[in-house]
Design a protein around this ligand. Sequence first.
Ligand SMILES: [Cu+2]
Length: 159
Amino acid sequence: MKRISLLSTLTLLVVSLSALLSAQAQTPAPKPVPPKAPVEIVIQSVGNELKFAQVEVTMKTGTAVRLVFENKATAAGMSHNVVFLSDEEAIDRVGLAAISAAENDYIPEDDAILFHTPLAAPGETVEVTFTAPGPGTYYYTCTFPGHYVLMRGVLNVTD
Ligand SMILES: [Cu+2]
């Protein structure tokens, strides 16, 4: 009598376990959230001038950004980059220091440098990806020798 009752308890347990397992198998797996594609921002230089076509760009804080820089120059030696800086005063300091940083593609050591593109030869397109910093006003310049004097822009990061 006792043996039968144990056997039926076991059977019941096995039945409920398999029911539970099959119920789990039928539950659809949660859809993976696709990573957000980065927002693309394009900055160009103007012909053979020392000028950015876009002198102000705006983005939301925390946004994944793919910044594309198109060097529209055709004249030899008109290489450019886009170097983002934490404050306006840093433009002159970094621009001057860059003159002696040829071995590092004119990117000097400076804490104010947030991110930068590689150096683009005339006609070349380069890019850099980054996460937009905290809300505030930032600046960008070209650090190819002498260009910082004229090539400047403002990056606005909003909440
Ligand atoms: Cu330049």
